[in-house]
Design a protein around this ligand. Structure first.
Ligand SMILES: [Zn+2]
Length: 404
């Protein structure tokens, strides 16, 4: 039976590593509560001291990975307020919403910053969408890889030792680390968590052969995936690259930050509501992130972004747990028609293949089969069926995480 956190709405089988105490409260809620006892003014002084020690006379002081989202604007706002000269770096996966792309391109205007945007070839991206989906049930593996590779490549090439990230998702959502850890970016976390154990070499023809997945070959070589190749330890050491998280130094509040960047810089949220969540200010850099990518998460482990957003808003005190559950009821199981249509056309795939493939990634700790239907427990009690079984061989669960 699925266990849900008694304070927020996270289930025990989660994309973010979580643990529960005897009262049924998750580690994410525990770490969040600690935020109120942190001496934030002192943290801010620590932050200033740290970034000032990286100020230079003839180079960029800091590199900021940006998607053009509200967090990117907030990070850049902070850096400019401190008189730093940032270099902005973006991985562009070719699926921006128009308003998200407008926010991105405006950054060099409103912040007067230099901005490097890395855009892989479109044919390669389409192949990577298909491969990510077929190999590990995630069309956006390339996006996770690009976001956590491009900034480090640029930092090495431009010799900028300090990278300023926003939030550490696994810490803020799941409580994987504490605020007293001052956790920093690591190559290990990138590979094992963000990339689920897969690296670029797994998606070349040679790599797929090694995984026993020759049927999925797309003809990709190492040269097609230069943007996905993480720099060597020697390259990183020679510059001394390190990545810090701003959320360790300021009392991070997404709703307040959004208000600030809308008022001060004219940042624009999504014009149309999303099909699978109520928030309009997250993930404008990838139209599929709140759509089919998130639907894949629901099929795999039984919850989606409405759950993530409700957890944040319940902890932030802007939503009750009961209201959060209503949002989950309304959004988590929705099959995003508008978004699915666009993606299937983009990668030239049938809906049958989509459904059939995804069924193979269902986590059997969450899903069971009753009378040819997929059934799971609900946070509001009891269980419901969520569609027919497509996959013939439903006993083989293919994890989205690479077996090591
Ligand atoms: Zn919780």
């Amino acid at each position: 039976m699925t266990i849900y956190c008694s304070k927020c709405v996270y289930p025990d089988v989660s994309a973010v590593p979580l643990s529960f105490d005897e009262e049924g409260v998750c580690s994410g809620c525990h770490v969040h509560v600690k935020k109120s006892s942190i001496d934030w003014p002192r943290r801010w002084e620590q932050f200033k001291e740290l970034v000032n020690s990286y100020k230079t006379d003839n180079n960029y002081d800091i590199l900021i990975p940006v998607s053009g989202g509200k967090d990117s604007y907030y990070q850049t706002h902070v850096a400019k307020e401190l008189g730093l000269k940032p270099l902005l770096v973006t991985y562009h996966g070719n699926n921006y919403l128009p308003e998200g792309e407008a926010n991105l391109f405006r950054m060099r205007e409103v912040f007067d910053c230099d901005h490097i945007i890395i855009r892989p070839g479109v044919d390669t991206l389409i192949k990577m969408n298909r491969l990510g989906f077929r190999v590990q049930g995630d069309n956006n593996w390339h996006g996770h890889c690009g976001i956590f590779t491009s900034p480090i490549q640029v930092a090495v090439r431009y010799k900028i030792p300090l990278i300023l990230w926003g939030e550490h998702g696994f810490m803020d959502l799941g409580g994987m680390y504490s605020y007293s850890d001052y956790v920093e970016f690591t190559a290990k976390h990138r590979l094992e968590h963000s990339l689920r154990g897969y690296d670029w070499s797994d998606f070349t023809d040679a790599g797929l052969e090694k995984l026993g997945l020759s049927a999925f070959k797309e003809g990709l070589t190492a040269k097609d995936l230069l943007w996905a190749q993480y720099p060597s330890d020697d390259e990183i050491d020679s510059v001394g690259v390190r990545g810090i998280y701003l959320s360790n130094y300021v009392d991070w509040d997404a709703n307040n930050h959004t208000k600030l960047v809308v008022e001060k810089y004219g940042w624009e949220p999504a014009r149309q509501p999303f099909e699978r969540t109520y928030r309009r200010f997250s993930n404008l850099d990838d139209m599929h992130e709140n759509g089919i990518h998130d639907y894949m998460k629901f099929i795999k482990i039984g919850y989606g972004r409405a759950t993530d957003h409700a957890c944040k808003d319940i902890r932030g005190g802007v939503m009750t747990r009961a209201e959060g559950i209503e949002m989950i009821r309304k959004y988590d199981a929705v099959k995003p028609r508008r978004d699915l249509e666009r993606w299937l056309k983009y990668v030239n795939m049938s809906e049958e293949e989509f459904d059939y493939t995804l069924d193979g990634f269902r986590d059997h700790r969450v899903w069971r089969i009753e009378n040819g239907q997929w059934v799971k427990d609900n946070i509001w009690g009891g269980s419901s069926s969520y569609g027919a079984v497509h996959q013939d061989n439903t006993t083989t669960f293919r994890s989205s995480r690479k077996a090591s």
